[in-house]
Design a protein around this ligand. Structure first.
Ligand SMILES: Nc1ncnc2c1ncn2[C@@H]1O[C@H](COP(=O)(O)OP(=O)(O)OP(=O)(O)O)[C@@H](O)[C@H]1O
Ligand SMILES: [Mg+2]
Length: 342
């Protein structure tokens, strides 16, 4: 009898901020911001990724700069399909021709079936033959070389751009967990509001993001950064110097809320698993976790050790890569498009 091997070729972390793609036998071959720019007049794609992100807030009226994924959800189906099609085109040009490849896409926790269907259908419309999905925390744990098969509790907190996934995994499945909207983008918007209210300055998002990355620290350091924008009182251009202290003040209410959400999940986690979590510590990943001192802050607030995964921006895609390279072993953790029926 002919054995049909369902070979997965691509793993995609379709993040709110960044998209990463793992190609079987090759590794991570695409790592770019999740943006696409269209020409409004003819709907031609002008740029994706880094080139597209550079145009945020700077594009002329005839261009439409789109962030197709928000909170890990496909919020713009057409743009997501075009975005994935373009990525496939790049792979076909730079690597080798993949004729209707099979792909696995990491999805946030608690998506509705309609939202899962949105991710799958965008992939199918872009030209994938089959689309498998897996919960991002499982992929992140695999990517961090954590053993997910064990009958032991493993808590992983993935602070991304749009969402933070808080979850407890045991025996390869999510026992308790949720996806919340406190993550890098919310840090940026709080910081932006704070600068407007405290310093009467309106600045562009890209400067706020740069400042967060360069001077973001919640351990008492006070690095400085110059912001240029428009004074809200005089409406004239103005430059100010802000410090790490400003960022701390702006995002600390969000960090307190984040800690409360983690406590809520710990509260509903079975006691046996809590024992495992206390002895191993919590695992922290995602780009949002890169703010200096965040793990120490969490340790103090939660009274549990917090371990940082080595490669926080890559843990999900590396986990997808592991699944692709050893699908027979990991397929039990994945969902195929045929299992999502609505
Ligand atoms: N050094 C840094 N310090 C602080 N924040 C950072 C740093 N580097 C990246 N970030 C933030 O990390 C976020 C992106 O992280 P990541 O790539 O894990 O998100 P994502 O997977 O695209 O989003 P999501 O998982 O929510 O869909 C952005 O908000 C970015 O500003
Ligand atoms: Mg992510």
């Amino acid at each position: 009898m002919l054995k049909i091997v369902k070979q997965l070729e691509l793993g995609i972390d379709l993040g709110t901020s960044n998209t990463l793609v793992y190609l079987k036998n090759r590794g991570v071959i695409f790592d770019e911001p999740s943006y696409i720019v269209f020409d409004k007049r003819n709907l031609n794609i002008i740029a994706i990724g880094k080139e597209a992100k550079k145009m945020v807030g700077r594009a002329p009226q005839y261009l439409n700069v789109v962030k197709p994924i928000n909170f890990g959800i496909v919020t713009d189906f057409e743009s997501t399909t075009n975005y994935l099609t373009k990525i496939l085109e790049i792979i076909n040009k730079e690597y080798f021709s993949l004729l209707r490849p099979k792909a696995i896409i990491g999805i946030p926790l608690n998506l509705t079936e309609v939202q899962i269907r949105g991710v799958i259908d965008a992939g199918i419309s872009a030209g994938f033959k089959d689309v498998y999905t897996i919960e991002q925390p499982i992929a992140a744990a695999l990517g961090g070389n954590l053993d997910i098969d064990e009958a032991k509790g493993l808590m992983i907190v993935d602070i991304g751009g749009g969402t933070t996934e808080i979850s407890v995994i045991s025996l390869g499945g999510i026992v308790t967990g949720k996806s919340i909207k406190i993550a890098g983008d919310r840090f940026n918007s709080s910081f932006l509001n704070y600068i407007r209210l405290k310093h009467n300055l309106i600045v562009g998002e890209s400067q706020i993001e740069e400042a967060k990355i360069k001077i973001g620290s919640i351990v008492g350091k006070n690095n400085l950064f110059n912001l240029r924008g428009r004074d809200t009182l005089t409406t004239l251009p103005k430059e100010i110097t802000i410090s790490s202290h400003d960022l701390r003040e702006a995002i600390s209410p969000l960090l307190i809320d984040l800690i409360d959400e983690i406590k809520d999940i710990l509260n509903i986690t079975p006691a046996e698993l809590i024992g495992d979590i206390v002895s191993r510590g919590i695992y922290l990943t995602g780009g949002g976790s890169l703010i200096e001192g965040l793990s120490e802050f969490m340790e103090n607030e939660l009274n549990v050790k917090v371990n940082k995964l080595e490669n926080p921006l890559h843990s999900v895609v590396l986990g997808l890569g592991k699944i692709i390279e050893n699908f027979e072993h990991y397929k039990k953790f994945c969902y195929s498009n045929s299992k999502v029926n609505i």
